[in-house]
Design a protein around this ligand. Structure first.
Ligand code: KIV
Length: 265
């Protein structure tokens, strides 16, 4: 199977082929996801919750991200590895983002770095891209801003915030981002944004019209002991093992049968 690159993701968008993405934080799960054919393995700072037991992503350090990214890199060969910049490791300046991103890539094996925020981060995105670092944006419910957002809530519900999100997405694309995660936004807004961009959108709680989908692995395997978000689905149900559950997820994303309306806003 051909390796996944930012260029092949863009071709997938052009040909209408949906992109599958799951999080992973270690060697064994990364190997399994890669073997099954997941296109993107995302080393998310959701590891703060599912690996470390915190109630937010804020305590996760860049060192934690590098450690887990390095473990994932050992198991991946085909999938593209997208890794979160941790809270506080990139917001101060484009230079601080470059320092953190280059550590994630050189020490952690990241192939794309992900950061949260819209137009306000465009200068940083352009700075990284001009220096050879592919960037994934993250809009909508941006978990590192949980306190500013007053909780984990659906974003872009009114006209003004929907327009801001659409403008933010264009600003990230113009700055050179390779893809954008849209989290917890109404399905129709995600559709409008996805259709307005040339780069792929990867939705989580953003409806079926994104170019791809991502879920947190522990949620979709039913392993996380706390309640999972409404937009997640337990793919272990009806399957006889983890590999079969991941395959069912990839098939459901590719066919467009996930997410259904019950997993969307
Ligand atoms: O932290 C994470 O795992 C993420 C994805 C769920 C999008 O940001």
């Amino acid at each position: 199977m051909k390796t996944v690159t930012v260029e092949s993701l863009r071709s997938m968008k052009q040909s209408g082929e949906r992109i599958s993405c799951l999080t992973a934080y270690d060697y064994s799960f990364a190997s399994l996801l890669d073997r099954v054919g997941v296109d993107i393995i995302m080393v998310g700072d959701s590891l703060g919750m599912v690996m470390q037991g915190h109630d937010s992503t804020l305590p996760v350090s860049l060192k934690d991200m590098i450690y887990h990214s390095r473990c994932v890199a050992q198991g991946r060969s085909r999938a593209l590895q997208v890794v979160d910049l941790s809270f506080g490791s990139y917001q101060e300046s484009p230079e601080s983002a470059l320092r953190s991103a280059s550590r994630l890539m050189s020490k952690g094996g990241a192939q794309v770095v992900k950061l949260e925020g819209g137009a306000v981060m465009a200068e940083t995105v352009a700075f990284l891209v001009a220096r050879g670092i592919p960037v994934c944006g993250h809009l909508g419910l941006t978990p590192q801003s949980v306190h500013q957002l007053s909780g984990y809530r659906v974003q872009g519900k009114d006209d003004a915030s929907a327009a801001t999100l659409a403008t933010d997405a264009l600003a990230l694309e113009q700055a050179g981002a390779s893809l954008i995660v849209l989290e917890a936004v109404p399905a129709e807004l995600a559709r409008t944004i996805s259709e307005s961009l040339r780069i792929p959108t990867i939705g989580i709680g953003a409806g079926v019209h994104c170019d791809g989908q991502v879920l947190v692995l522990q949620d979709m395997l039913g392993l996380y002991p706390r309640p999972s978000p409404k937009f997640s689905k337990n793919f272990m149900q009806g399957q006889d093992g983890i590999e079969a559950a991941v395959q069912a997820y990839v098939d459901a994303v590719r066919s467009g049968s996930f997410p259904g309306s019950e997993h969307s806003f």
